[in-house]
Ligand binder design. Structure first.
Ligand SMILES: Cc1ncc(COP(=O)(O)O)c(C=O)c1O
Length: 385
């Protein structure tokens, strides 16, 4: 499922959206990040944007439309619903399913979606659907998730090439550790994956089986392993302006986060020293202070593990989140001289608050998870779109 968005046919602005948390998605920053990644690839290398999981929580269609208009060539998705949503909306560009499918093959092929084959059984499922699919064969060079090892994958690639139900268009692998500090070092896990894939491509070339599109690089691979770019790169997280890891945050400081989440204050009160706040009374005011309640909670994707452990941005300054984060609400300590108006908005992710990357680290999670868990009650907005 994709989230309804303002500006989409199924997501018109509703009066009560003014009371909701908002995710402001900066499409100009998205274009900046796309250009930055393009600047790392040689001319002629295509760019497939990973827009699975509702474009990492930013909104599939507005993000994909903006990327297509800015020159992204293709889109990578995880589910048939995501692929068909792109096609139904008429977003230009190739669409590739990142995983094999058993159901809906005829519909996907009719919509001109390219399919991934990782096992002989995936090819049999395509044949059983009676469709002629455009196929990319997934090879496991060390990720340990999908695909046969290169030696076995060669015969699968040959079978795809022979099949009357398939057009062999691509061969691909996925890098498991390209965001680790050793990613550029000889003999590292990434180095071995890059070498294994290059070796497979050379063998396919000799056998006359090298398909048009060979691809391996996620954001980290795009940024640090030009020898893994081949014909196409597949960045996701870096397009959204977040580094894949702390190591890459140092190396690529020019990425611009495209997301800011803010939410309205719903209640403000002055409390005496010793007053307990939220479930379990785990936080008590040390001195008289002003507490603001905000309409954002863990059901919206704000991690409960950040209870009394993070900060919001209020009128340009950081104020602590105090007490347990609730399902729909959280509380802020504005300090003894604090002041807020009900309806006033505070930043919770990005903007004057910590970045999604830093909040995720503090929550014991990581930025991909934090972004993709921002829930459907958070209204996505695209200022300037
Ligand atoms: C197959 C595949 N390619 C590319 C990506 C993009 O990865 P990243 O967001 O790290 O750039 C993903 C995401 O995990 C993926 O699963």
């Amino acid at each position: 499922m994709t989230t309804p968005h303002e500006g989409e046919p199924n997501g018109r602005a509703r009066p009560w959206d003014a009371d909701a948390p908002h995710a402001h998605v900066d499409l100009a920053a998205l274009r900046h990040n796309l250009a930055l990644l393009r600047g790392r690839t040689a001319a002629g290398v295509r760019l497939l944007a990973a827009v699975k999981a509702d474009a990492y929580g930013h909104g599939l269609l507005p993000v994909a439309r903006a990327l297509a208009a800015a020159g992204a060539d293709a889109f990578g998705v995880a589910t048939a619903a995501e692929a068909l949503a792109l096609r139904d909306a008429g977003v230009p560009g190739e669409v590739l399913m990142f995983g094999p499918v058993r159901a809906g093959i005829a519909e996907l092929v009719a919509a001109d979606v390219a399919l991934t084959v990782a096992l002989p059984a995936d090819l049999e499922a395509i044949a059983a659907a009676g469709a002629r699919a455009r196929v990319h064969v997934k090879v496991d060079t060390g990720m340990g998730r999908l695909g046969l090892a290169p030696a076995e994958a060669r015969s699968l690639i040959a079978a795809v090439a022979r099949s009357p139900f398939a057009d062999l268009e691509g061969v691909w692998t996925h890098l498991a550790s390209a965001d680790e500090p050793d990613a550029t070092e000889p003999g590292s896990a990434t180095d071995r994956q890059v070498a294994a894939f290059a070796d497979l491509l050379a063998r396919l070339e000799r056998d006359g089986l090298r398909p048009r599109w060979a691809h391996a690089a996620n954001s980290a691979g795009t940024l640090v392993r030009p020898d893994a770019h081949h014909d196409l790169v597949r960045p996701g997280i870096a397009l959204y302006g977040q580094p894949p890891s702390a190591w890459l945050a140092q190396r690529v400081p020019a990425l611009r986060p495209i997301l800011r989440v803010d939410a309205p204050v719903t209640f403000v009160k002055r409390v005496a020293a010793g007053t307990a706040i939220s479930y379990g009374g785990t936080w008590r005011a040390r001195a008289d202070t002003v507490i603001a309640t905000v309409r954002l909670g863990y059901a919206d994707g704000y991690p409960r593990s950040l209870s009394s452990r993070s900060a919001a941005g209020h009128r340009g300054r950081r104020v602590p989140v105090v007490g347990r984060v609730c399902m729909d609400q959280l509380m802020l300590d504005l300090g003894p001289d604090g002041d807020a108006e009900p309806g006033e908005r505070v930043d919770l992710i990005g903007g004057d608050a910590p970045t999604a990357f830093d909040l995720a680290a503090d929550a014991g999670s990581f930025v991909y998870e934090l972004l993709t868990r921002i829930g459907p009650r958070v209204v996505r907005r695209y200022p300037g779109a």
